[in-house]
Write a protein that binds this ligand. Structure first.
Ligand code: GDP
Ligand code: GDP
Length: 456
C-alpha cells in the first residue's frame, strides 16, 4: 500500500476514496441446490458459471463485489457455508441468522419448481424477525408458465416473490433494482462514523523533556505559518492549527506545550491523564521519544495508550543530532526488545533542534492515517483468505478442525476484522492471520483488530 493511493490529507471524497469506501452487503441465503450460486453469478454479470456440481465441495470464495447502475455492493453467497448433513433446517436457519447479523439486506432464494418447503418456511420465520430488509427470489423460473406459480410464495410473509432465472437471466434486472432499493447507501457499521470534516487531529505526546514544545515550534516555524489559535476565544485555546506540507493539521491540546508549562514531578498523574485525553481526541498520535537515551518505561506506557485507544501511530525519535553510531546500534536493540509490539508504527528520526527530517513528519502522518482509514473490499479479503486457509488451515483442536467461513472488515479507524468460524481459533493462529493480513495489505502506522465469532 502506498501513500500515493490515499486521498490527500484531510478527508475528501475522491476517486481513490470511493474505491476504498465501504459498500453495503447483501447476503444470499436458502436451501442447498435452490440455485443460489447460479443466481449470484447472474447478478454479478458473469458469463462463466462457477457452480460446482460436485457434492461436498465447499466453494472457496463466498463474497463478491458487485456493481449495478453505478452503485457498488457486496454479495455474500452463503452457499459455501452449507451444513454437514446434520439438521438441515436448523443449519439453514442459523445461516439466515448469521446473514442477518452481518448483512445490510438479505435475499432468500426459493426454488420455484419445488415451491416452499418446511425448511423454507423455517428460514422465512427467522427472517421475518429481521430488522433489515429481506427480499424473496423465486428462482428457476425459466418460462412464463412458472411465473404464475410463484404467487404461492406470498405466504412466506416476506413480501413479493420475485421470479427470476439464474440460468437464463430472466427477471434479474428487476431483482437487482429491488436489491439496490433495499440496500442503504452506506453500510450500517459506518453510520455516524465518518466524523467531522476539517483538519485531521494529531496528538503530540511523550514523556517530559523529549522535545515536544521544541518540535511543535519547529513544525510551526518550518512552514512559516504562525500557530493559529482555534476558536479564538478568551478562554484557553487548547488546539493549534499547523500547516505542514500544504495541509492544515489540528494538533490537539497543545496549550501546555505552547506556554512551555513544565509539569512538576508531583503532577505526573495529571500529565498522564492529559496525555490520554489528547490521544483520545486525536486520530493519529506522534509519540516523541528521546533517541539519545534508553527507551524508558514511560515511553512504552504512552505507546500502550495509543495502541489501546486504537489510534494511528507515528514514533518520532527526537534529538537525533545527539545520536552517534554506538547509540544508534543500542537503540536498534532496544527497538527489537521493547517495541516489537508496534513494529507496524511509522517511524521518523528527527531533530527539533536542527530541523533534521522534520519535513518527513507530514508524509508519515499521511501514511499512518491512510492505513487507519483503509478498507479492504469484502471480495478481495475473502479471496486472499481462501488461499491462505487452503495453504495453512487452522490447527485441529480437540479433534476438530475449525473452519473459517467468511471474513469482513466491519470497521475502519482502526481497521477491524471479524472472522466467522465454526470453532475457536488459537491465539497463535490469530496472530499468524494478523501478520499475514499486514504482509498482504500493509496497514503501516495503524493498529488493526481481529475478532472471531464462533457460529453456534
Ligand atoms: P445452490 O446450492 O443453492 O448454490 O444452487 P446452485 O446454484 O449450485 O444450483 C443447483 C442446481 O440448480 C444446478 O444444477 C443448477 O444448474 C440448477 N439451476 C440453478 N439455477 C437455475 C435456473 O434458473 N433454472 C434451472 N432450470 N436450473 C437452475
Ligand atoms: P518537552 O518537555 O517534551 O516539551 O521538551 P522541550 O521541547 O521543552 O525540550 C526539552 C529540552 O530538550 C530542551 O532543553 C530542548 O532544547 C531540548 N531539545 C529538544 N529537542 C532537541 C533536539 O532535537 N536536540 C537536542 N540536542 N536537544 C533538544
Amino acid at each position: 500500500f502506498t501513500d500515493a493511493d490515499a486521498p490527500d490529507g484531510a478527508a475528501g471524497p475522491g476517486a481513490a476514496a470511493d474505491e476504498l469506501a465501504p459498500a453495503p452487503v447483501l447476503a444470499v441465503v436458502g436451501r442447498p441446490n435452490v440455485g443460489k450460486s447460479t443466481l449470484v453469478n447472474r447478478l454479478l454479470g458473469r458469463r462463466e458459471a462457477v457452480v460446482q456440481d460436485v457434492p461436498g465441495v465447499t466453494r472457496d470464495r463466498v463474497a463478491y463485489d458487485a456493481l449495478w447502475n453505478g452503485r457498488r455492493f457486496t454479495i455474500v453467497d452463503t452457499g459455501g457455508w452449507e451444513p454437514d448433513a446434520t439438521g438441515l433446517q436448523a443449519a439453514v436457519a442459523a445461516q439466515a441468522d448469521l446473514a442477518m447479523q452481518t448483512a445490510d439486506a438479505v435475499l432468500l432464494v426459493v426454488d420455484a419448481t419445488v415451491g416452499a418447503t418446511a425448511t423454507d418456511e423455517a428460514v422465512a420465520r427467522v427472517l421475518r424477525r429481521s430488522d433489515r430488509p429481506v427480499l424473496l427470489a423465486a428462482t428457476k423460473v425459466d418460462n412464463e408458465r412458472l411465473v404464475a406459480e410463484t404467487a404461492a410464495l406470498w405466504r412466506l410473509g416476506l413480501g413479493e416473490p420475485r421470479p427470476v432465472s439464474g440460468l437464463h437471466g430472466r427477471g434479474s434486472g428487476d431483482l437487482l433494482d429491488a436489491i439496490l432499493e433495499a440496500l442503504p447507501e452506506t453500510p450500517r457499521e459506518d453510520i455516524g462514523q465518518s466524523g467531522a470534516a476539517g483538519p485531521r487531529r494529531v496528538a503530540l505526546v511523550g514523556k517530559p523533556n523529549v522535545g515536544k514544545s521544541s518540535l511543535l515550534n519547529r513544525l510551526a516555524g518550518e512552514t512559516r505559518s504562525v500557530v493559529h489559535e482555534v476558536a479564538g476565544t478568551t478562554v484557553d485555546p487548547v488546539d493549534s492549527l499547523v500547516e505542514l506540507d500544504g495541509t492544515l493539521w489540528r494538533f490537539v491540546d497543545t496549550a501546555g506545550l505552547r506556554k512551555r508549562v513544565k509539569t512538576a514531578s508531583g503532577m505526573e498523574y495529571y500529565a498522564s491523564l492529559r496525555t490520554r485525553s489528547a490521544i483520545e481526541a486525536a486520530e493519529v498520535a506522534i509519540v516523541l521519544i528521546d533517541a539519545s537515551e534508553p527507551i524508558a518505561e514511560q515511553d512504552q506506557r504512552v505507546i500502550g495508550m495509543v495502541e489501546e485507544t486504537g489510534r494511528a501511530l507515528v514514533l518520532a525519535f527526537n534529538k537525533w543530532d545527539l545520536v552517534d553510531e554506538n547509540r544508534r546500534l543500542a537503540l536498534k536493540r532496544e527497538l527489537d526488545r521493547d517495541l516489537v509490539r508496534v513494529r507496524w508504527a511509522e517511524r521518523v528520526n528527527v531533530s527539533a533542534l536542527t530541523g533534521r527530517s522534520v519535513a518527513k513528519m507530514a508524509p508519515a502522518l499521511r501514511t499512518a492515517l491512510a492505513s487507519w482509514d483503509q478498507r479492504i473490499p469484502t471480495g478481495q479479503l475473502n479471496g486472499w483468505l481462501a488461499d491462505l486457509l487452503a495453504a495453512t488451515p487452522p490447527p485441529v483442536r480437540g479433534g476438530k478442525q475449525p473452519k473459517v467461513l467468511f471474513a469482513t472488515q466491519a470497521q475502519t479507524r482502526p481497521p477491524t476484522f471479524v472472522l466467522f468460524t465454526t470453532g475457536f481459533l488459537e491465539a497463535g493462529y490469530r496472530r499468524f492471520l494478523e501478520r499475514r493480513l499486514r504482509e498482504e495489505f500493509g496497514f503501516t502506522g495503524s493498529p488493526i483488530r481481529l475478532s472471531v465469532r464462533v457460529r453456534e
